[in-house]
Write a protein that binds this ligand. Structure first.
Ligand code: ZN
Length: 213
């Protein structure tokens, strides 16, 4: 069945089950509208429910559209590119576009690049760090609420994969921040002094990172 919302046509898929008591409306990632309901729910009442809930449906559709638009951009070290799929084997960067093969996985590429760039920056900063600290091991993963974590006992630094999308100065600040935790496990005045000695402009960068999330 097709349904029109704000002049656009969507697939309406109705899944009737004897075990379902209530009626649920969902919008799938491919923008199909998916209704789960009881076997005895009539199509007429489903359509009425959709019309009654049009506003929240539009909100759901817009949210998915926004998410998709975001995924089609390629953010790398503070620059934004259009992602263009081409019949080629390698990845090439243009001024504002990046050309990728048809089977390109952005997430995999981010991980691989982060492994290289984060390790390089960690080594560079570690080598010029003003105080003696143990050399830490590095873990990279996606985190929802933190840019970096330092495990003081195991000398392990975890960096948020999302940093690969931002200007490298933010990565450098987070590395200095986490390295400084190897000396001070808290956010004491001594800790911030240590950060500042190794990263003079840290206040500005820290503020910008906070604004971002
Ligand atoms: Zn901290």
């Amino acid at each position: 069945m097709k349904i029109k919302i704000q002049e656009e046509e969507y697939n309406l898929i109705i899944d009737k089950k004897i075990s379902t008591k209530n009626t649920y409306i969902r919008v799938k990632d491919n923008l199909d509208i998916y209704v789960t309901c009881n076997t005895f729910t009539t199509d007429k009442s489903i359509l009425k429910l959709i019309i009654d809930n049009e506003k929240s449906l539009i909100r759901m559709i817009n949210r998915i559209k926004r998410k998709k638009a975001k995924e089609e951009y390629f953010y790398y070290l503070g620059r934004k590119y259009d992602l263009v799929y081409l019949n080629q084997n390698n990845i090439t960067f243009g001024e504002e576009k990046v050309f990728v093969p048809p089977d390109f996985s952005l997430e995999k590429w981010y991980k691989k690049e982060a492994l290289r760039v984060f390790q390089e920056e960690l080594d560079r900063i570690y080598n010029s760090y003003l105080y003696k600290i143990p050399y830490p091991s590095l873990t990279i993963r996606k985190m929802k609420t933190r840019w970096g974590v330092c495990n003081v006992k195991s000398h392990r630094i975890t960096l948020n994969l999302e940093l690969i999308k931002k200007d490298i100065i933010y990565l450098d600040y987070v590395i200095v921040h986490e390295l400084s935790h190897l000396l001070y496990a808290n956010h004491s005045r001594e800790f911030w002094k240590c950060v500042e000695d190794n990263f003079h402009d840290y206040k500005k960068i820290r503020r910008e990172l906070k604004d971002y999330e």
